[in-house]
Every structure is written in structure tokens, then in C-alpha cells.
Design a protein around this ligand. Structure first.
Ligand code: UDP
Ligand code: GLC
Length: 390
């Protein structure tokens, strides 16, 4: 099947990392069209996935920026839509991976008469989007998409609650290749030395720096934890949230935590870093649509504490495969960190249970994701209704 994937971003966010995985089986016949040049193009090229930067015109890549503004600037969108429609003639379907890609993909699908698939990776609720943006996303998906692939049940429910058609949606979780996360503890000594964390209790946070990802919650929680608890914050502000990054540095200074918090910036060696941590914390204060970092931590055999909202509750069973805490609850987070610090055997047991459950169920394996997406696309091309094997 020949697929024209579209993504608005040039950065390595979770949506882009997942798309690189989704596109792998189609690499001999697909094209990933992106709306700006950058590290995402390089990643796709590294994976031998054909990629083309479709415009030199900057389309503001703010995840939450206003659709109306984007559409209003149709000056820059019209040539892009025309170009995508022309390219689409050589493909069987258009697969939009982000919201601006949906805008472009919807109109290009109409012009080229190619079916549109929308991989919905955002929770279309008031926590994340204005009413107008939600309505436009839903209207475009309902009107133009033949299939909406939601990255969790929570994402699917929010879409339907916002007026989205349930008959065109299916849930497919992000998938991972477990072998990429198998790290020998003995190989970590050097990395820990480099980071100066050999003798510390380390809580890791892996996410782009963004207010809703809640890095500030972890920083504050440290003040309620034993003084040998430290944190590494892995990630950069990817979508224009530099002010938040500055705020976090200020918060660390104001709380006198300079010796206990390290900002590592964007890293590609996520697995060894996670495996070096005693605990991985996910602290989003708005519902997380899926939360790749949670499954990645489990695959690395690191215990996880995560904010219980959105898709996260589909990933973690509290006190069995990790811990769930109330989003934004600093004390509860500090209590779990302190518990894991004082009871390392318990934390190790929970991490083992999580890893084993992933192995036994294969639920978040990339092979399962590939199989489900292939099944859905096959049904779409045959004109039969969406259904996935249980
Ligand atoms: N990530 C990364 N380097 C970093 C920080 C994060 O490669 O410095 C990866 C992380 O391993 C995960 C993805 O970025 O695969 C983030 O995805 P997630 O679903 O957790 O959140 P998103 O940013 O997509 O909302
Ligand atoms: C989005 C969501 C994140 C999800 C990722 C991959 O970036 O914010 O929760 O894991 O897409 O689907």
C-alpha cells in the first residue's frame, strides 16, 4: 500500500517518534511529507524512510496554536495544500499525523480524491484546546476522514465527546521494540559517572519541557523528599515553551536545589538513561493522551510513578505495575518517591511485574501496532467497516 504520511513538525516529539515507527513497514512505497526541516527529517532518513520537506514557508509549529489563525493564513497554506494534492495522486491514501497535517490533508484529500486517515494523538478537551480548535478538528475529521486512529481509549472518548464520529474511530496503542530497551545494568557505570549520579537516588523525568508536562511538580516534590533524592530532567522545550524552561531553572534556584536537579536537554539515549534511574516520574497536569515514556520506562525495568489521567490509566495498574498519583499533587508524588527510596525491593518487584506483563501480553509491542494498523488500512481500502481483532 502506498501511503503519503503528513506531519507538521520538524522536531522529535512523541507523535513524530511514533510515526517513524508506524511508517517502517511501508518504507519501500511511502513518503513522509513534513512542513519544516529539522531533526525529524534526519531520523526518517536514518531509518531509510522516504521524506520530503514540503514547504519553506514557516507554519508556526505551536501544538496549541489557533486553527483559525492557521487557516486564516491560507496564503501560506494554499500552495502547500495544492502540492500535497498533486503528490497524493501517486499514493493510495493520505495519513495525517498531527492537527495541521489534518487541515492540509483534509483539503488535499478532497482535491486528490484519496481517502484520509487521521492518527489522533491529542485529547480534544478543554484542558488542551480552545472550543473553536476542538470544533474545527472534529468537523474536519468527521467530514473528510475515513478512519481516525486514536492513540488511547481516553483520546477516542474525548474525540467522541467533542462530537467526533464513533463509527470511524479505532484505538491503536503506540508500539515499541523491546530489544531497544534491554540494557545491562553493568554497562551503566560510565554513564552514571558522567552524570555524577553514582551514589545518588535518582528520579528521572523524560519529556519535552512544557507547562502541562508538569516538570515543576517534580521539582517541588523534591523539597518533601529525603535530601539525597535527586532528579534528572531530560528534554528540551520543543514547541516554543522556552519561558517555561527559564521558569524551571528559576524554581530550582529559588528552592536551593541546584545540587539536586540536572537539566540534560534533549537526549537520544533514552533507554540507558531510564535504566540509570531508580524511579521514572511522569507528572503531566493535563490528561496525557498516551505517554510513551511510561511504557519505555517499564521496558527498561525502571519503576514508574505517573499522573492518573487520560491514557495513562490504561497503561499503569497502581501498586502492581507502577504507581498512579493525582495529577499536580506534589505531596502524593513525594510520598511515592520516598516509599520507593525506602523500599527498593518493592520498587524492583513492581518494575519486574510491569516488564513481565508487557512481555506476556505483547500489548505495546510495535509488531502488534503494525498488525492493527495494517488491518485497519486494509479494511478501509476494501470499504469494509473498521474492526480490530480482540
Ligand atoms: N524523548 C527523547 N528525548 C528526550 C525527551 C523525550 O527521545 O530528551 C522521547 C521519549 O523517549 C518519548 C517521546 O520523546 O518516546 C515523548 O513521547 P510522550 O508520548 O511521552 O510525550 P509527547 O512529547 O509526545 O507528548
Ligand atoms: C502525543 C501525545 C502523547 C503520545 C504521543 C504518541 O504527542 O502528547 O501522549 O504518547 O502523541 O502517540
Amino acid at each position: 500500500m502506498k501511503i503519503l504520511f503528513l506531519d507538521q513538525s520538524n522536531k522529535l516529539g512523541g507523535a513524530e517518534l511514533s510515526l517513524a515507527d508506524v511508517a517502517k513497514p511501508y518504507r519501500s512505497d511511502c513518503l513522509v511529507g513534513i512542513f519544516a526541516d529539522g531533526p525529524f527529517r534526519e531520523l526518517l532518513e536514518d531509518h531509510q524512510i522516504p521524506v520530503q520537506v514540503l514547504t519553506n514557508q514557516p507554519i508556526q509549529i505551536h501544538r496549541n496554536s489557533n486553527f483559525i489563525q492557521s487557516i486564516g493564513r491560507t496564503g501560506s497554506l494554499v500552495p502547500l495544500i495544492a502540492k500535497v494534492a498533486e503528490i497524493a495522486h501517486n499514493y493510495d491514501l493520505i495519513y495525517a499525523n498531527t492537527q495541521k497535517a489534518l487541515v492540509v490533508g483534509a483539503l488535499a484529500s478532497c482535491l486528490s480524491r484519496r481517502p484520509l486517515v487521521y492518527h489522533l494523538r491529542d485529547i480534544l478537551s478543554a484542558d488542551h484546546f480552545s472550543r473553536t480548535n476542538r470544533r474545527i478538528a472534529v468537523m474536519l475529521a468527521n467530514r473528510f476522514a475515513s478512519l481516525v486512529i486514536a492513540n488511547s481509549k481516553a483520546t477516542r472518548s474525548a474525540f467522541i465527546e467533542a462530537g467526533g464520529r464513533s463509527d470511524i474511530t479505532a484505538v491503536v496503542y503506540n508500539g515499541f521494540e523491546p530489544e531497544n530497551y534491554q540494557i545491562q545494568p553493568s554497562s551503566l557505570t560510565q554513564l552514571k559517572q558522567q552524570l555524577g549520579i553514582n551514589d545518588q537516588y535518582v528520579v528521572g523525568h523524560f519529556s519535552r519541557l512544557s507547562p502541562w508536562k508538569g516538570q515543576h511538580i517534580l521539582i517541588e516534590a523534591l523539597t518533601h523528599c529525603p535530601s539525597d533524592v535527586t532528579a534528572i530532567l531530560v528534554g528540551d522545550p520543543l514547541f516554543g515553551e522556552e519561558d517555561y524552561a527559564k521558569q524551571l531553572h528559576k524554581q530550582v534556584a529559588n528552592l536551593g536545589l541546584e545540587k539536586r536537579v540536572q537539566f540534560l536537554g534533549f537526549r537520544s539515549d533514552i533507554a540507558p538513561l531510564m535504566a540509570s534511574c531508580d524511579l521514572v516520574a511522569h507528572t503531566s497536569i493535563s490528561p496525557e493522551p498516551f505517554g510513551r515514556v511510561i511504557i519505555e520506562a517499564m521496558l527498561c525495568n525502571s519503576p514508574v510513578v505517573a499522573a492518573a489521567a487520560g491514557g495513562v490509566v490504561e497503561l499503569v495498574e497502581s501498586a502492581r505495575t507502577g504507581w498512579l498519583v493525582k495529577p499536580g499533587d506534589v505531596r502524593e508524588l513525594a510520598d511515592v518517591i520516598t516509599l520507593c527510596h525506602h523500599k527498593p525491593e518493592l520498587a524492583a518487584k513492581i518494575a519486574n511485574q510491569a516488564q513481565q506483563q508487557l512481555q506476556v501480553s505483547g500489548r505495546f509491542y510495535l509488531s502488534a501496532t503494525h498488525q492493527q494498523i495494517a488491518q485497519l488500512l486494509h479494511q478501509l481500502m476494501k470499504g469494509t467497516p473498521n474492526s480490530l481483532d480482540p
